[in-house]
Design a protein around this ligand. Structure first.
Ligand code: ADP
Length: 381
């Protein structure tokens, strides 16, 4: 019994058998009940046409008829059973084999072999299951790859400031470096950098887990744009990059965490400043975007109307390939330059998560390297 419960093949075979047995049984009952009447009706007709018939002859005719029916039933039941065995073996093989393959592949994946895939043939539900299985395996492989990459990246990020601190310490111990404020300031800079990396990592892991605390309230988007612009204005003046803004009056309110959205704006404006050379310009634009019949540009939130906040710079720009990757964690176009500038490459990743937690989108466009870029926040009204 346990074997039958555990084997799909046996279950299929038994279900065929049940159908055959019910068929044979109902045929037998019907024949037993209906055939003698039909036969005796036929005999009555014959008697009318041919005159009286011997009753013994009639009985033997009826008996012969029954035997013939039973033989036919027995023969066809045997044939049906043989067919059931053949068909169930074939169907079982067709169904069970892919399932068995998937079971084996999932065991191998569980053991860490993420490149496992199953062969998919046909277009039925089993093929669909196979395609879904392969897609799941592919996503698992990607997650694993990202995890491995993350550990590598974190180790790499920590190694640089740690080795700087170590070499300064060794320099101090050997008397090569003087124990003056400048040396201590350089150590302090590296320690701050370590702290920033750890803080960014904490924030990143919370953002990726969707656990960033948010206090959603109706706010005017102009508020967080102004806050960020005001906070960075002197840094722009310092570097001689012009910062301008156009903010539509009477913007509708959005449901947002003002502090988090300010953080996003600080990241975008900070990046724009960092990647725009002196003499350049950064423009912040905030308005309501409305889909227009003749206009190809569409609100990416699938709505008719949304809030658009664009930060457009005249900086180093991005290639199409770089635009695809800027939101990935630790992605930096120019590693050495960004490191010197203090970026850890997770700012945009966190910003993207924050915007998405507001049911919005963060997008980037750039005409190409050297031609500036535009980062756009789309928020639902
Ligand atoms: P970082 O801390 O390195 O700035 P981000 O996640 O904020 O990290 O940005 C990731 C990378 O995207 C940057 O290292 C830079 O290469 C690129 N990037 C971001 N903003 C701009 C911009 N306005 N212009 C050109 N490149 C940019």
């Amino acid at each position: 019994m346990k074997k039958i419960r555990q084997r799909l093949g046996w279950k299929l075979f038994l279900s065929y058998m049940t159908v055959i047995l019910i068929g044979v049984f109902s045929l037998a009952v019907t024949a037993e009940w209906h055939a003698p009447r039909a036969l005796s009706r036929h005999m009555d007709n014959m008697q009318m046409m041919m005159g009286d018939m011997d009753s013994g002859m009639m009985l033997s005719l009826l008996e012969d008829f029954r035997t013939a029916i039973n033989e036919v039933l027995f023969l066809s039941a045997t044939l049906a059973m043989i067919t059931a065995v053949i068909v169930s073996t074939f169907v079982t093989r067709r169904i069970v084999r892919p399932v068995q393959e998937m079971t084996a592949a999932s065991r191998r994946i569980a053991n860490g072999r993420y490149d496992e895939r199953v062969a998919v043939s046909g277009e039925d539900e089993l093929a669909e299951l196979g395609i879904s299985f392969n897609r799941m395996a592919h996503q698992l492989a990607q997650t694993e790859e990202r995890r491995r990459q993350l550990i590598g990246d974190v180790a790499h990020e920590l190694r640089t400031p740690l080795s700087s601190i170590k070499s300064v310490m060794e320099g101090l111990q050997d008397g090569v470096l003087p124990a003056d404020p400048e040396t201590f300031a350089s150590v302090e800079r590296e320690v701050s950098r370590l702290q920033r990396i750890v803080r960014d990592l904490e924030e990143l892991s919370r953002a990726e887990a969707g656990e960033l605390p948010m206090e959603m309230r109706p706010v005017n988007p102009a508020d967080f744009v102004h806050t960020a612009v005001d906070r960075l204005r002197w840094q722009y003046e310092d570097k001689n990059v012009r910062l301008t803004e156009t903010i539509s009056p009477d913007l509708p309110l959005v449901k947002a965490d003002a502090a988090r959205m300010t953080q996003v704006m600080l990241n975008l404006l900070g990046n724009a400043l960092q990647y725009t050379p002196a003499g350049g310009e950064v423009h912040v634009h905030c308005s309501v975007f409305q889909n227009q019949p003749g206009n190809k540009a569409r609100c990416p939130l699938g709505r008719e109307r949304c809030i658009l906040i664009a930060v457009k710079d005249t900086g180093i720009g991005l290639t199409a390939e770089q635009q695809r990757h800027v939101f990935e964690r630790f992605y930096r176009v120019d590693k050495s330059r960004a490191r010197a500038g203090g970026g850890s490459g997770v700012g945009l990743t966190i910003s993207k998560h924050i915007v998405e937690a507001h049911h919005g989108r963060l997008t980037v466009t750039s005409p190409g390297p050297g031609k500036g870029s535009t980062f756009t926040v789309w928020l639902p009204v």
